[in-house]
Design a protein around this ligand. Structure first.
Ligand SMILES: Cc1ncc(COP(=O)(O)O)c(C=O)c1O
Length: 471
């Protein structure tokens, strides 16, 4: 088999895979032991024989999760947009690094163009930005920018001569904030978790109390992150009151819109969930989540800033690499990144944007909201199901109430059975002591019928499980 035949074979496998039959399970489940036996990973090397690689490619596709199947409602992403898939393929084939203009001229211009589009959309004035490896990284960079702003010498001398720096987040904020506090030398105990209401939104009164306490302790409240769409409940912290507090206390206000930041695409939903966003200091959003670009596709924006990212993030001697040419006005993107080699994520992002645009993405997320409202109605009308938290946006947290036995154990077992039978994979998380199913719809193959099918499957399996457990 030569290179051309191999490529043709792979394209035909991929094309078949994309047009999958949704009647089939989303997963042909095998235990780790069974799968190890099937894959035979230690089979001898293929010694230049392409045809012997195809078996592994087929196995990868056959025994992996089909994230573009309507049964996949587990994560904040699902099957990718076709334009971005094409972008990924082209990126893989052309294989370069997006750190300099000379190694990635087209993607450098595309990334700059897209960042400009996002700055305009968000309403940041004369701002800057970068694509990062995801919102965890973007949250950390935002915290780093805020940290270095506290004192001119932090970059060169570290934190040794600084007062205690304290950051504040919603008690339900993503764990990447804890990681950032650890990595940046802030310390996880100096990441203060603010109380939230029954909808999961940060309580501003509690934040004020904690900010005042921080000042009483002669510490510096340097960073507050509002979460726009918390991971489990989908809560949006109120940005407008935080803007007012930012003016009073002088902290950096970052908005973590990894999941719910996609609401910028719909004027109606932006008005509902993101009022005041344009006055925040920084904002991140994952295009690979609700908006469907291939993993990973993230941007971080900084408001009213030109060279902050470069000043904070650049370090050491990069002269062997960077060739910034002032008269061309194109900066090597690697100079304002924490990475050296940078994956080209801009092409897929650009292609998706050109294909769907704000209007297409706006319609898409409005549709996701409609579908989750349908799901909410089904839970409300089904006696055996209860809400674990009120729905506030795109996330639905509910559980099954068995007639007997421990509710958490039952829901855990129910979810595992649905998964191993290849029916559906739904998220699972704790809200306080309650284990909750977290339904997320960000999968374009889902419609009202599929939502109904999800609950029919879940209820049928739950009844079977109750019967089997002798309840
Ligand atoms: C609110 C929030 N922030 C940050 C992240 C981290 O995003 P990433 O997976 O892109 O690092 C997530 C991931 O689910 C999230 O839900």
């Amino acid at each position: 088999m030569d290179q051309n035949e191999l490529l043709q074979k792979i394209f035909s496998l991929l094309s078949e895979y994309i047009q999958q039959d949704t009647k089939k399970p989303f997963l042909e489940y095998k235990s780790p032991k069974e799968l190890t036996d099937i894959l035979q990973l230690d089979r001898e090397n293929t010694e230049g024989d392409f045809s012997r690689l195809i078996g592994w490619v087929e196995q990868y596709l056959n025994f992996g999760i089909r994230s573009n199947h309507p049964g996949f409602v587990n994560r904040m992403w699902a099957g990718a947009n076709l334009p971005s898939m094409i972008g990924e393929l082209v990126t893989a084939v052309s294989n370069t690094s997006a750190c300099t203009y000379e190694s990635a001229p087209v993607s450098t211009l595309m990334e700059n163009y897209m960042l400009g589009q996002m700055l305009q959309l968000v309403g940041y004035k004369s701002g800057e930005g970068q694509m990062t490896t995801g919102s965890s990284n973007a949250n950390m960079i935002a915290m780093m920018v805020a940290r270095n702003r506290c004192n001119d010498h932090i970059k060169t001398q570290g934190l040794a001569r600084c007062p205690r720096l304290v950051a504040f987040v919603n008690g339900n904020a993503h764990y990447s904030m804890d990681k950032a506090a650890n990595i940046l030398g802030i310390g996880t105990e100096n990441l203060i978790k603010v109380d939230y209401n029954e909808r999961g939104e940060m309580l501003i009164e509690d934040l004020v109390e904690k900010l005042d306490q921080c000042l009483d302790d002669s510490a510096v409240p340097f960073f507050v992150a509002a979460t726009a769409g918390t991971t489990v409940r989908g809560a949006y912290d109120p940005i407008e009151p935080l803007i007012a507090l930012k003016k009073k206390y002088g902290f950096w206000l970052h908005v973590d819109g990894a999941w719910g930041g996609a609401a910028i695409m719909s004027d109606r939903l932006r008005q509902k969930y993101l009022k005041g966003l344009d006055e925040s200091n920084s904002f991140t959003c994952d295009f690979h989540k609700m908006l469907g670009s291939s993993l990973m596709c993230n941007f971080l924006l900084i408001n009213r800033s030109k060279n902050t990212l470069q000043n904070v993030l650049a370090g050491g001697d990069g002269s062997y690499l960077f060739r910034n040419c002032e008269e061309d006005d194109v900066i090597d993107l690697g100079t304002r990144s924490l990475q050296c080699g940078r994956r080209v994520d801009a092409l897929k992002w650009f292609l998706d944007w050109k294909y769907y645009g704000k209007e297409g993405f706006g319609k898409r997320i409005e549709r996701y909201l409609e579908l989750i409202e349908t799901a909410e109605k089904i839970v409300a009308e089904t006696e055996e199901l209860e809400f674990v938290s009120p729905r506030v946006s795109f996330n639905l947290c509910f559980r099954y109430l068995p007639k007997h036995g421990d509710i958490n154990t039952f829901n855990q077992q129910l979810r595992t059975r649905l998964y191993t039978k290849g029916r559906t994979l739904v998220g699972l998380a704790f809200i306080k002591e309650k284990l909750t199913m977290r339904l997320l719809i960000c999968n374009q193959t889902i419609d009202e019928q599929e939502v109904q099918r999800f609950f029919d499957d879940l209820l049928a399996e739950a009844r079977l499980l109750e019967a089997n457990s002798g309840n």
